[in-house]
Write a protein that binds this ligand. Structure first.
Ligand code: ZN
Length: 462
């Protein structure tokens, strides 16, 4: 049996946590379909908090969703939601019988992740927590403060007496694991919620009430995406191969049926255009004091109840976020214009291609983008605004026309986008150009020489 010291020597530092979208070193086969009983239930109830649930024993735990190779270790993220305290009590239960795991490093938000304690050694240092578990695993406990303000008075994470909406990515902070080469784990999430609450989460629910947590973008699977729970109204349907759940606290004016109709019109086209559309999609909504916007996450998005399915200007904030969810493109330095421009352009294209809006309205929306984009000089900032997003969409539209012309219609922007998604690396202007040139076999130097895409001059201070 390997000793931990030897292991440390051999260990590959798996850099899988701090950069949010590092590709997995090892892809696993896709999970098996959910048993229909678990999937069909309209409301999902975890074990009531009053009934203590025994920790799962690895020998009696249900079979892994990836039966081809048995996992080296198992991780159970157990979160008990306590609305009166506005917190979740989280336990990370690591079972590592073959001693393949070294230490785990968490990049925390010290305001939200509190009171770390556990088996083995736990070191808390500002924004970093280093946990060295016992040889065969152990438990790490902490408290997660659910409420989080996005600006002065609106929340992007919140718990009330009767519901909670937050991101799995926040519940369990970014993690970097030190593991033996080839080690891979099986991750589960257990959500303990007050009696009578239901849960929607973008994961497969297993027979024992836990969720199989699979993250295609990291080797260490931790929860990500939007989770809604409470006294919810939930609509579930499978559209274009995607299991959709649309949920909002009861009594809030979140138009689930309108949204469902929009998805029925647009998801088949979105799947055709972007085959990377996930096979599971959770939409959670709520009104004030939640943030008045849309926010996408892996296999999920949040939308404020006030957001129209389609705005007066013919764009759809919901489809914009859906495109983000389908593309899963992380932006690198100076590449945000590509990510936001694609979301904006493809949200319009999907509305047009699906026949949701007419050609005339589509053309008008493009004209509106032109108006909105006036005055934008450069697109290479790190966080593009609405006007820059409009300009970015127009630049991409022009690129599409140029590709069409220079390849006699052989290569279009669609092809470039699919390749960009397949390579799944941080998007920068240079990277985007490289993929576009490779796919189209053309030189795009002139196109990318336009002033909007020029590298920003260093500021006088730097
Ligand atoms: Zn966006």
């Amino acid at each position: 049996m390997l000793r931990r010291s030897l292991l440390a020597l051999l260990a590959l530092v798996a850099l899988l946590g701090f950069s949010p979208w590092v590709p997995r070193a090892q892809e696993r086969p896709s999970s098996t379909p959910v048993a229909s009983g678990a999937a069909a239930s309209g409301t999902v109830q975890s074990a009531p908090t009053s009934t203590p649930t025994p920790s799962p024993d690895p020998t009696t735990a249900p079979p892994s969703p990836t039966p081809t190779t048995s996992p080296s270790y198992t991780v159970l993220f157990d979160a008990r939601i306590v609305p009166t305290e506005k917190v979740a009590y989280v336990t990370i239960d690591l079972r590592d019988p073959d001693e393949r795991m070294g230490k785990l490093e968490f990049r925390i938000d010290p305001e939200r992740h509190l009171d770390f304690a556990g088996d083995g050694n736990v070191e808390v240092n500002g924004e970093t927590v280093v946990w060295t578990p016992l040889r065969q695993g152990g438990k790490l406990r902490y408290r997660f403060r659910i409420n989080h303000l996005r600006n002065e008075r609106s929340y992007d994470s919140r718990v009330s007496d009767s519901w909670a909406i937050f991101r799995g990515d926040d519940l369990v902070p970014r993690t970097r694991v030190h593991a033996a080469p080839g080690a891979h784990g099986d991750s589960r999430l257990r959500l303990r919620v007050p009696v009578g609450w239901s849960v929607v989460a973008p994961y497969e629910r297993l027979a024992d009430g836990t969720y199989a947590v699979v993250d295609e973008d990291r080797r260490f699977d931790r929860p990500s995406g939007w989770i809604g729970m409470g006294d919810l109204g939930v609509l579930r349907e499978t559209i274009a191969g995607t299991r959709v759940a649309i949920a909002a606290p009861k009594g809030q004016d979140f138009r689930r049926q309108d949204l469902l109709a929009l998805l029925r019109w647009t998801l088949p086209t979105l799947r055709e255009t972007l085959p990377s559309l996930p096979d599971r999609l959770v939409i959670v909504g709520a009104g004030d004091p939640m943030w008045r916007g849309g926010l996408s996450g892996p296999r999920s998005l949040f939308a404020h109840a006030d957001r129209a399915s389609i705005s007066e200007d013919g764009t759809s904030p919901i489809v914009h976020e859906l495109v983000h969810t389908a593309l899963r493109l992380p932006s690198g330095p100076g590449g945000d214009w590509v990510v936001e421009g694609l979301a904006e352009l493809y949200s319009l294209r999907v509305l047009r291609r699906s026949g949701t809006i007419s050609k005339r309205r589509y053309d008008r929306s493009i004209e509106r983008l032109e108006k909105k984009a006036r005055g934008v000089k450069n697109l290479r900032g790190d966080d593009v605004d609405a006007a820059e997003t409009a300009r970015a969409a127009l630049v991409l539209l022009e690129l599409d026309k140029q590709l069409d012309a220079s390849t006699d219609g052989r290569v279009r922007l669609d092809d470039v986008v699919r390749e960009l998604v397949a390579t799944h690396e941080d998007v920068t202007t240079e990277r985007f150009r490289e993929v576009a040139e490779r796919v189209s076999q053309t030189n795009l130097e002139e196109f990318f020489a336009r002033p909007e895409l020029a590298a920003p001059k260093p500021s006088p201070r730097s």
